[in-house]
Design a protein around this ligand. Structure first.
Ligand SMILES: C[S@@+](CC[C@H](N)C(=O)[O-])C[C@H]1O[C@@H](n2cnc3c(N)ncnc32)[C@H](O)[C@@H]1O
Length: 243
């Protein structure tokens, strides 16, 4: 199944509208559930993205599908003077991000924008780095999103994407499958009050073109030197490419 045909709900709204509505609904519980369901490991994965960024610290960065702002915040805390634009389509996720940024006095570094990743309101070649954590899986048109990220990157700029993937071998893969496909949707439903959000999560991950297939998509979108790295036995992957 193609990832854009996996939608949160079965209704007539577009995937984009459904995704925005779902994240607006779960926004108040999003951070808690993220850290609880991943046992806090999501923070470690984001820090690995920041470590990669620090190899060649960008002056201007765009964080796409920023949600409640965790990647932008983790980056701004560790790369002084960086200017980050962070964009998301879900207004309530952005409200949470804004409150967290204010509490940490990072308003000078991180600017929030409401908008669509597939139609970015930024000029060509504006950023030294573009990132997205757990965002691209939700795009309605993945290729369009990647081509927009390519467009706004400067030459030699980097793209770094963090996304879930499926562990492949052994007992861990078996146990993880059980957790991710059955236990997590149940806990997510109870705590988020949303019947579909945490069932959509494994469904969308299962349909996502991960690892070598996503690297191929990056190359088709124009990125060079692309590769992926697995984290935590393959539960997540970091993808890297250069313009
Ligand atoms: C799983 S959350 C990830 C949030 C954050 N990056 C993180 O690491 O926690 C996915 C986010 O992608 C956003 N999103 C999905 N499709 C989008 C699009 N086309 N344009 C902008 N944001 C989008 C959703 O609104 C949601 O906030």
């Amino acid at each position: 199944m193609k990832s854009n045909t996996v939608t949160p709900y079965k209704n007539r709204l577009s995937k984009k509208e459904q995704v925005a509505g779902m994240f607006n609904h779960i926004a108040p519980r999003y951070d808690f559930l993220n850290h609880f369901l991943s046992l806090g490991i999501d923070r470690v994965w984001r820090r690995k993205v920041v470590k990669k960024l620090k190899e060649n610290p960008p002056e201007r960065m765009l964080d796409v599908a920023c949600g409640t702002g965790d990647l932008a915040i983790a980056t701004a805390k560790r790369i002084p003077d960086i200017k980050i634009d962070a964009v998301d389509i879900a207004a309530v996720m952005l409200e949470r991000a804004g409150a967290k940024i204010d509490r940490r006095n990072l308003g000078f570094n991180v600017h929030l924008n409401i908008g669509d990743a597939e139609d970015l309101q930024f000029p060509d070649e504006r950023f030294n780095a573009v990132t997205s954590a757990f965002g691209v899986r939700n795009f309605e048109d993945l290729e369009k999103g990647l081509s927009e990220m390519y467009r706004v990157l400067k030459k030699d700029g980097s793209i770094i994407i963090l996304e879930f993937s499926q562990p492949r071998k052994g007992l861990f893969a078996m146990l993880f499958k059980l957790y991710f496909n059955a236990i997590l949707p149940f806990i997510g439903r109870v705590f988020s009050g949303n019947n579909r959000a945490y069932a959509y999560l494994p469904e969308s991950v299962n349909a996502f073109p991960e690892r070598e297939n996503f690297v191929k998509l990056l190359e088709q979108s124009g990125f060079k030197n692309s590769y992926f790295k697995t984290f935590t036995f393959g539960v997540a992957c970091m993808y890297y490419g250069k313009k």
